[in-house]
Design a binder for this molecule. Structure first.
Ligand SMILES: [Zn+2]
Length: 605
């Protein structure tokens, strides 16, 4: 009750002259205590995320948010903006009253101090009420369990090769999605959906995520178009969530292709995900799982931004290669987006960013505005999890079937150019383990990732012959298409390879990719698949299809794999990016000669 009295410093204010003396002093003092109490409560909450998760974020908060949303959705415009206007007017009136009171009491020193003190207390009380309301209506969500903890994920910054492979896929997705969208006379994408329609799409997209986390449900409220959009643009703020009214505000002045992602970001806040990285991550997921190309494109553009930032530090050279894969239409969109934000940068931008930075830090997001970018860790982890297993299992079955009981298997191919080599690195080991489990006495030779297509790997095949391999596993993937070979050239190289293998009495097992990379480098990815199938048939090779989108199951083991002496060649490869396969093979041979590579591979133990 005390706080209610203090909440409105104007209308509900008891007349100071007529109030009983005790009440006049007591209520502001009690009200002023509210702020330190709220801060202490927040401090305690931060130490007990499990309790907050269970009793607040998953239990009390959804009820509070939907009650607030029921009220705010009855108002046709943003209720939060209306309340801000009321608050500003109320504070202005209170200040004016205090000044008037001071003017009336000129000359009486102690009384003047009393008025100032009283006003200060009331201001503090108002801050206390607002902050308590903020924490109760939403703010405590900053202290819930992190998404990764609830989901049981171990999240770490993605490794460079994962960034590379992921970026390749996003580039492809952007190209495909962009082709489905319209563009204006300047060649920039046109989003025909109104912000309201995008809001509906975004809410529907979240419905697809049900089951991902206990807090996933229908987002309360409707996204709002704020009157303050120009101010938000000048602050470089794309959207803002109002906890007091459970309203997601979307700045509709921003480039249209960003609207979908921003709407999903603000809806994540309305579902109780307060951390900025998690809101970005969920927005990405919602966009990715949406059926609508507009949302999907918007989400892909957002994650592209994160990947570009990460790769520009981790491996700028590869980044350039991936950027070159973008369709010119996508590049035009990215450019127009960038131009927009550069144009809108004002003196105020840095101030607003600083404000946001400090606000986020005060709420336990220690990295401040850098928290937004941390979303990439979660996004990359999700992507890693969405990859099919490398199919070591079907591969081992295929090998078991074609092999005798003792067999030497050499792996060739798996291109480092686009990062697929990382996957290929662990696959042989995993296959070896599985074969041992099945009682197949196998020797596994990883002839390493090549810097060129498997089709140009005749030297690797020579090495396999030298080793007396019984089976060669040849991997076809993005590299074969990315290498820019024409189908006819491929066919000749492939025939030669199969012929050599056959003459040496080596059986060949071919792994092809479900996602055949950059289709624009060849006439048709399907044509390549067809050619492989046909030639394999003629030459008696076996084809295991749908192999690899390319990531190792045992990400953590990758580094130790690379340190293993058996991987001397790959180690060299990864570090120095040798210009061609011949150098790699030469390195392998030298390593054998020097005794760096053990004669008995790991898998035999
Ligand atoms: Zn946010």
């Amino acid at each position: 009750m005390t706080s209610m009295e203090i909440e409105d410093p104007t209308a509900a204010q008891p007349q100071p002259e007529q109030s009983p003396r005790r009440l006049r002093w007591c209520s502001p003092v009690l009200g002023a205590l509210l702020l330190p109490l709220a801060l202490a409560g927040q401090y305690v909450a931060a130490a007990h995320p499990d309790w907050i998760e269970e009793h607040y974020s998953q239990s009390l908060f959804p009820r509070i948010a939907s009650t607030l949303a029921r009220v705010s959705t009855r108002v046709p415009v943003s209720l939060a903006e209306l309340l801000i206007v009321v608050l500003v007017v109320a504070i202005a009136v209170a200040v004016w009253r205090a000044l008037k009171l001071l003017a009336l009491r000129k000359g009486t020193g102690p009384r003047r101090v009393a008025v100032l003190f009283n006003s200060g207390l009331r201001l503090l009380a108002l801050a206390g009420v607002l902050y308590t309301a903020y924490l109760a209506s939403w703010g405590l969500n900053h202290h819930r369990e992190p998404f990764a903890t609830v989901a049981g994920w171990e999240v770490e910054p993605p490794e460079t090769w994962l960034l590379v492979e992921f970026a390749c896929q996003v580039a492809e997705d952007l190209n495909t999605l962009r082709a489905e969208l319209e563009e204006d006379e300047e060649g920039v994408v046109v989003i025909e959906e109104s912000p309201r329609a995008l809001g509906r799409l975004a809410r529907k997209a979240y419905a697809n995520l049900e089951g991902l986390h206990p807090s996933m449900r229908k987002a309360p409220g409707v996204p709002r178009r704020p009157f303050a959009s120009p101010l938000l643009t000048a602050s470089w703020i794309t959207g803002i969530y109002s906890p007091f009214t459970a309203e997601a505000h979307i700045n509709d002045e921003i480039p249209a292709m960003q609207l979908g992602f921003v709407t999903c970001h603000e809806l994540a806040h309305s579902l109780g995900f307060a951390r900025e990285d998690e809101a970005n991550f969920l927005a990405y997921l919602a966009c990715k799982n949406s059926n609508d190309p507009v949302l999907r494109y918007s989400g892909a553009l957002a994650v592209w931004g994160y990947l570009v930032r990460a790769l520009s530090i981790a491996n700028p050279t590869r980044l350039i290669g991936i950027v070159e894969r973008l369709d010119p239409a996508v590049v035009r969109d990215l450019k127009s987006m960038q131009e927009f934000w550069v144009r809108e940068r004002t003196e105020f931008t840095a101030f607003a960013t600083g404000l946001n930075h400090n606000y986020l830090k005060s709420q336990g997001q220690t990295k401040g505005v850098a928290t937004y970018g941390l979303a990439l860790d979660l996004i990359a982890e999700d992507w890693r999890r969405s990859q099919p297993d490398y199919q070591a299992e079907p591969l081992a079955s295929a090998l078991e079937e074609v092999s005798g009981r003792t067999v030497k298997i050499a792996f060739i191919g798996g291109c480092m150019i686009y990062g697929g080599g990382g996957a290929f690195l662990s696959l042989p080991d995993r296959v070896g383990e599985l074969l041992i489990e099945r009682g197949v006495d196998s020797r596994i030779y990883n002839l390493g990732s090549c810097n060129q297509s498997a089709l140009q790997s005749t030297s690797a095949l020579d090495a396999a012959i030298d080793l007396g391999a019984d089976i060669v596993v040849l991997r076809f993937g993005a590299a074969e298409l990315g290498a820019g070979m024409r189908i006819e050239t491929m066919k000749t190289a492939f025939q030669r390879l199969l012929f050599t293998a056959r003459r040496a009495g080596i059986r060949v097992l071919i792994l092809t990719s479900e996602r055949p990379g950059q289709a624009r480098h060849v006439q048709s990815a399907a044509a390549m698949d067809q050619m492989i199938q046909r030639q394999a048939e003629i030459r008696g090779a076996r084809v295991v299809t749908n192999y690899t989108k390319g990531l190792p199951d045992r990400l953590g083991a990758l580094r130790s794999d690379m340190e293993h002496p058996n991987y001397a060649a790959v180690l060299t490869m990864g570090k120095r990016m040798l210009p061609d396969l011949l150098s790699v093979i030469a390195t392998v041979r030298k390593a054998w000669a020097l005794g760096l590579v053990e004669a008995e591979p790991e898998s035999e133990k």
